[in-house]
Structure formats: structure tokens, C-alpha cells
Ligand binder design. Structure first.
Ligand SMILES: [Zn+2]
Length: 285
């Protein structure tokens, strides 16, 4: 199915600008929709983390009309196969086929939804430059969303595993055995986000906190994808690991992540539907 050739004001004409460059103007890729913005009366700008092209933003025309056949395929969490026109600033979606509508099975559960939203926001924050391929992050995101949708593990564990591995892909893998400062063989009981993980008693940087060995073991399991160990972990160690992951993430990702504060850790801390709605609105724009 093709969009009409009309274009939003201010955008380059895809049928002239791109062709005139003499380069490839039409391309296919698969990706995960990580954000949408309204554009004009009926259009949306969709932000997609693609397998081959990296993070791209593209205009999807007419998708907010009730007659649009692929509006629902361009919602956050959806794994889609896309055909796009390459534009000067924004690409134009010309075809969209849903491969896996993960959103349907993620939105039914508040803990899954908030964890998934934090994953999407992290994926966007870790790809500051558009069109820089990040295959590993794409694969992590697909795997994480699938695990959330399947309910295979506690949503909080899936999220923390995704965050740790996404940070590792970005080059910020925490040291979970030897001292992150001097390399002294561990295990150590101090954890310092500024130093990059565990720290020995001699280094013990300012701001370092103690971490239970079981919590550190859980971090290692989540980083390695060892679900037998992770699933068997105790709630108290999950909470401590979650706190360490959040601190570590926020140290590395400037300004932190607003959606992370909304995550329902299913530890009895109820949050109102107003908060959920605000998060959803903030995310959808
Ligand atoms: Zn040390």
C-alpha cells in the first residue's frame, strides 16, 4: 500500500530531492517503533530503531485518520517492516507491515507497560545520532520486548537485564568482580557508579555504597542473560540490583530517564492511572 504523494509543508519533496542526489532514495528496513509525534491534522512522525539504518525519524501520512490501514502498525512497541523514501531531514513511510505487534501484550499489564516504555526511551537515548547503525541494541530491544510480551520473566528483571546489556553495548559494562579502579581481584563489597562498578576497600570512592553479594550475583546474571539464576533471586536483592542499575544508568545517560521513575516494580508501591496517562502522553507527544 502506498501513501499519496502529498507532502507536509516544510519537508523536501522526496520525489525530487532524494532522486537528485543520485543516491538510493527508497529503502526497506525492519525496526521497532519507539516514539510517535503528531504532525498537522492527520500525520505522525514516527521514531524507529531499525536493524540496519539505526534510529530514523519518518513521516507517516494520514495515519491518524480512522480510514488509515496502517496507523496501528506504527504504534510504539510494534516490530514493523518498513519501506521508506529517504528525505533530506525526515524520511517518508510508504509501506508498513506489522511483524510482531508486541504492544498488544505489553499494554495489558501495567508492570510490562512501564518496563517497556523505559526500554524504548533508553533505546532512543542511547542512539543520540540518527542513522548510526546499532544492530546489537536493536537485537536487545527486540529480545526484551518479546520477553515482556511473553511474560517469560518478571518485567523488572527483563528491564534491568536490558538496561545492563544496553549499557554494555554502549561501552559501559560494569565491573562486577574486580575493583573497577585498581583491578584488585574481587569480590568486593563496595559499588561505585562513578568508578564503573565494584570497588575495593582501599579505593572505596566517595559515594560508594555497599552491595549484597547476592545482588551483585543477580547483576551478573542479568548481564549474562542467566535466567535460571535471575528468576530464582529474592525480592530484596532484586530491589537492590534495580537501585544499582538505575543509578548506573543515570550516571551514564545525561539527565536520567523520566520513564524509569514510573516503572512499576510490583513491590506494592501503587501508582495512579493519572500517572500512567501522563507517561503515555509524554511518550506519544
Ligand atoms: Zn581498588
Amino acid at each position: 500500500m502506498l501513501f499519496k504523494q502529498a507532502r507536509p509543508a516544510g519537508l523536501p519533496r522526496p520525489d525530487t530531492a532524494a532522486w537528485d542526489d543520485g543516491g538510493v532514495s527508497l529503502y526497506r528496513d525492519e525496526g521497532v517503533v519507539i516514539r510517535t509525534h503528531k504532525l498537522g491534522e492527520a500525520d505522525r512522525i514516527v521514531t524507529v530503531l531499525t536493524r540496519r539504518t539505526g534510529r530514523v525519524r519518518a513521516v507517516a501520512k494520514g495515519v491518524r485518520r480512522t480510514t488509515s490501514k496502517f496507523g496501528s502498525r506504527l504504534e510504539p512497541f510494534t516490530h514493523v517492516d518498513l519501506q521508506l523514501y529517504e528525505g533530506r531531514s525526515l524520511d517518508i513511510v510508504t509501506q508498513a507491515e506489522s511483524l510482531h505487534p508486541y504492544g498488544q501484550r505489553i499494554a495489558v499489564d501495567y508492570a510490562r507497560y512501564t518496563a517497556g516504555t523505559a526500554m524504548l526511551e533508553t533505546a532512543e537515548r542511547l542512539t543520540p545520532e540518527e542513522r548510526e547503525p546499532s544492530l546489537q541494541l536493536f537485537l536487545l530491544l527486540i529480545g526484551g520486548l518479546r520477553a515482556l510480551a511473553d511474560g517469560a520473566h518478571a518485567p523488572g528483571l527483563v528491564l534491568d537485564s536490558f538496561l545492563l546489556r544496553a549499557l554494555a553495548v554502549a561501552g559501559w559494562s560494569p565491573s562486577l568482580r574486580d575493583c573497577a579502579r585498581c583491578g584488585r581481584p574481587g569480590p568486593h563489597r563496595w559499588f561505585s557508579v562513578q568508578s564503573g562498578g565494584l570497588a575495593c576497600g582501599e579505593c572505596r570512592p566517595a559515594g560508594a555504597v555497599t552491595a549484597a553479594p547476592q545482588s551483585v550475583a543477580l547483576l551478573g546474571a542479568l548481564l549474562a542473560g542467566d535466567w535460571v539464576v535471575a528468576d530464582a533471586s529474592e525480592p530484596i536483592h532484586r530491589r537492590e540490583a534495580t537501585g544499582l542499575v538505575a543509578a548506573y544508568l543515570q550516571w551514564h545517560v545525561e539527565n536520567g530517564l523520566r520513564s524509569l521513575r514510573m516503572v512499576d516494580r510490583t513491590d506494592g508501591s501503587a501508582r495512579g492511572s493519572d500517572d500512567l496517562e501522563r507517561t503515555a502522553q509524554a511518550w506519544r507527544g
